[in-house]
Design a protein around this ligand. Structure first.
Ligand code: FBP
Length: 354
């Protein structure tokens, strides 16, 4: 064996086994490609759609990261349908995702928290997307983690024909894919196509998402509860009793006030997030179609549970585009425990009303 080859071998093995040569892992693109055949309608459109979402999220990530340096902090001076003050980044993220999805051509209609009615993208795309372009926007100016949430459905009507109501108003159960992007200490994209939940971390230097959390599973149990206790006076007895149970069990209270960030922590460590009905919002605050359905699909794929306190979120038939729902999501045993408190209250009210 000549000198050079033995040198290369010696040289490469030490480098190869050293930290500087560690494998950088699988890119999102490669992962989507490798798993495309898992998908019932595998013809590349969904893969391209997921890539379009990833691209738009990289642009939004860039703007979120330098928010303090350029004029995109603060309110846009407009309100969305829910009467929420729109933040400049809400509007910007909505533009970025809508543009990327329109250009891709896979999506025929888009439902967004920032748009009153659905947006017809006038193409023969086979997919419908529901998106919260920037969730937790009240945290933007204070540099706390925020997110994007998305749900993907197949259209019911034939491609190229007018968009129908039943293309838009589909149960969560009919999602073909769903996910979120977390713009936090690192940026992550987490998604499912009904074959497990996989997390990818964004490597800003290379501009690529790499598989960092394959096949995520939420623990059946946790010791963390996430709820805005500041609103406790307006919660019903069942929720108050469940909070009492959490305290008696010495659980830890963690509430970032950013749904994606609270959900992500509970997905990794176990826990429950609750946004219940309140005196102000009898149906809670969160939106069924572009906030809850996606996280419900993800948590079930990861072994957890999601309900409105009684009904499975994915079984809820949507009635209006921006409808709200109480939301209980997280570790299976914790959600079931919270539901039993609801059932107890219902039963006792039933007895009282005889
Ligand atoms: P946005 O989509 O308008 O940001 O609202 C959703 C949200 O910000 C969630 O991210 C968060 O969990 C919740 O509302 C916080 O609400 P509250 O401040 O009432 O606790």
């Amino acid at each position: 064996m000549d000198m050079q080859r033995s040198l290369n071998k010696a040289y490469s093995t030490s480098i190869e086994s050293s930290r500087i040569a560690h494998s950088i892992g699988m890119t999102l693109d490669r992962f989507i490609k490798n798993n495309q055949n898992q998908f019932q309608y595998a013809s590349g459109e969904l893969s391209q759609l997921l890539r379009d979402i990833a691209l738009a999220s990289k642009v939004v990530n860039r703007e979120v990261n330098k928010a303090g340096l350029i004029d995109i902090m603060g309110a846009a001076g407009t309100t969305n349908l829910g009467g929420d003050q729109q933040q400049k980044l809400d509007v910007l993220a909505n533009i970025r995702f809508t543009r990327a999805l329109a250009k891709g051509g896979e999506v025929c209609a888009l439902v967004s928290e920032e748009s009153e009615s659905f947006v017809d993208l006038n193409n023969s795309g086979k997919y419908v997307i529901a998106i919260d372009p920037l969730d937790g926007s009240s945290n933007i100016d204070v540099n706390v983690s925020i997110g994007t949430i998305f749900s993907i459905y197949r259209r019911k009507s034939a491609p190229g024909t007018p968009i129908r109501q039943d293309d838009i108003m589909q149960k969560g159960l009919e999602q073909v894919a769903a996910g979120y992007i977390l713009y936090g200490s690192s940026t992550m994209l987490v998604y499912t196509t009904g074959h497990g939940v996989h997390g990818f971390t964004y490597e800003t230097g290379l501009g690529e998402y790499f598989l960092s959390h394959p096949d995520m599973q939420i623990p059946d149990d946790g010791r963390t509860y996430s709820i805005n206790e500041g609103l406790a006076n307006s919660f019903d007895d069942a929720v108050k009793n469940y909070i009492g149970f959490c305290k008696d069990s010495s659980y830890t209270a963690r509430y970032i006030g950013s749904l994606v960030a609270d959900f992500h922590r509970n997905l990794l460590k176990g826990g429950i997030y609750i946004y219940p009905a309140t005196a102000k919002n009898a149906m809670g605050k969160l939106r069924l179609i572009y906030e809850c359905n996606a996280l419900a699909f993800l948590v079930e794929q990861a072994g957890g549970k999601a309900s409105d306190g009684q009904r499975r979120i994915l079984d809820i038939e949507p009635e209006s585009l921006h409808q709200r729902t109480p939301f209980y999501v997280g570790s299976k045993n914790m959600v079931e425990k919270a539901e039993t408190f609801n059932q107890l209250t219902i039963d006792s009210n039933g007895l009282q009303n005889g």
